[in-house]
Write a protein that binds this ligand. Structure first.
Ligand code: ASP
Length: 335
C-alpha cells in the first residue's frame, strides 16, 4: 500500500472512530470550563478551577493553571524541573492570551520560575508582545520576579546521560514515558478556559525540546503557533515538535477553521492533515497535537500519533480527573 493510501486510510479510520470527543458546553458553573494538554493537565485544571469555579476570569484561571505546571517538581518538560538544552542550560518559553487579542510572551528565559507570569507582565505592562533571553530576564527582575538557579540535579543528571550520545531525537509522546532521567524529552502545558462571562483565555508554558540548540525557540511562546485565542470564535493550543506548529501558524489556523464553521475536533484534524501533507515522511516520526475550544465551550482535539490525552474540568458532578483520548492520524502508539 502506498504511503498516501495508508495515510488516507488512517485518517478515515480516525474520523470514522468519531470518538473525537465533542464535549458540549452545558456545565455546572454557568458554562465555565477549562481544558489542558497531557496527564499533567489534571493538576493544572484543578488550580485553574479554583479561580473559574468561584467566578474568576479565564485569564486569571489559565495563569493559575500554568503556574501550577511550572511548579510541578515531577515534570521534566515544563518549568523549574525541565530538562536543559544541549549546553546544559534550562531555558523556558511561555505565552498568554486573552480573547480580545491582548497577548504576551517570553522565550529562552533563564532562572525565573514562572515564565507565564512574566509573559502576562509583558502583556500588561509593556507596549510589546514578546521579550527574549537576557532582556526577558532583566524585565522579570525589574518587575520583582526572583532570579534563582532552576536546573535540578535530576535534570543535570539526565543531561549528562544524554551527553554520552549527544543525539537529538525527539520521541513521540515523551510525556507518557517515565520521569526525570528517563527518555522524556518534550511536551508542553497548553491550557484554554472560558469563564462564566463567556470570555476566553489561554496559556502555554514549556521548557521546550530537551537537548535543543541553545537559543532555540519553539511554538509555545509564539502567538498563532502554540496558542491563539479569539473571543468571537474560540481558542487553540498545541504540543509536540514546535517547528511544525510554527511552519503552519497552526493555532491560528485552528481558530480560523472554527471561524469558518468547523467544530473544534474537525479544525484540529485539518491542521494535523496539513502537517502531514507538507511533511509526509517527517510526520511519521514526530508528534504534533492540537486542543481547541470554541466560544460555546465545545472541546476537540486531534494528534498525529495515538497517545495524546487532555484533561477537562467544568465543575459538573462526577470525576473531573478523567483524561480524554485524542483521535489521531497514525493509530499505533509509538512510545
Ligand atoms: N511544543 C514544544 C516545543 O516545541 C514541545 C512540546 O510540546 O512537546 O518547544
Amino acid at each position: 500500500m502506498t504511503d498516501r493510501r495508508r495515510f488516507l486510510q488512517a485518517s478515515l479510520l480516525a474520523a470514522g472512530a468519531a470518538a473525537v470527543p465533542r464535549l458540549r458546553a452545558a456545565s455546572a458553573s454557568n458554562g465555565a470550563r477549562v481544558v489542558s494538554t497531557w496527564d499533567f493537565g489534571v493538576g493544572a485544571n484543578r488550580a485553574a478551577w479554583k479561580v473559574l469555579g468561584s467566578g474568576g476570569s479565564a485569564l486569571d484561571a489559565v495563569e493559575a493553571g500554568a503556574r501550577w505546571a511550572e511548579s510541578d517538581l515531577c515534570n521534566p518538560t515544563v518549568g523549574r524541573c525541565g530538562n536543559p538544552d544541549r549546553d546544559g542550560v534550562l531555558t523556558l518559553d511561555a505565552s498568554i492570551m486573552d480573547g480580545d487579542g491582548r497577548c504576551g510572551a517570553v522565550a529562552a528565559l533563564e532562572d525565573i520560575a514562572h515564565p507565564v507570569s512574566v509573559a502576562r507582565a509583558v502583556m500588561e505592562k509593556t507596549p510589546h508582545v514578546m521579550l527574549v533571553g537576557a532582556g526577558a530576564q532583566q524585565f522579570a527582575v525589574a518587575q520583582g520576579f526572583e532570579k534563582t538557579p532552576l536546573l535540578t540535579d535530576q535534570a543535570r543528571q539526565a543531561w549528562r546521560e544524554w551527553l554520552k550520545t549527544s543525539r537529538y531525537a525527539p520521541q513521540i509522546n515523551a510525556e507518557r514515558q517515565a520521569r526525570p532521567g528517563d527518555k522524556t524529552n518534550h511536551d508542553t502545558l497548553g491550557i484554554l478556559a472560558i469563564d462564566a462571562n463567556g470570555r476566553l483565555a489561554g496559556a502555554c508554558t514549556t521548557s521546550g525540546m530537551a537537548w535543543k540548540l541553545h537559543g532555540r525557540v519553539g511554538d509555545s511562546p509564539i502567538v498563532g503557533a502554540g496558542l491563539y485565542v479569539d473571543n468571537e470564535v474560540g481558542a487553540a493550543t498545541a504540543s509536540g515538535v514546535g517547528e511544525e506548529m510554527v511552519r503552519n501558524a497552526a493555532s491560528f489556523l485552528v481558530v480560523e477553521l472554527m471561524r469558518q464553521g468547523r467544530s473544534p475536533a474537525d479544525a484540529c484534524r485539518e491542521a494535523i492533515d496539513r502537517v502531514v501533507r507538507k511533511r509526509p515522511e517527517a510526520s511519521k516520526t514526530l508528534q504534533v497535537c492540537f486542543l481547541a475550544m470554541n466560544k460555546a465551550g465545545e472541546v476537540g482535539a486531534f494528534a498525529l500519533h495515538r497517545g495524546f490525552v487532555y484533561a477537562m474540568q467544568d465543575g459538573s458532578p462526577g470525576p473531573h480527573d478523567r483524561l480524554h483520548d485524542s483521535a489521531s492520524v497514525y493509530q499505533t502508539e509509538q512510545t
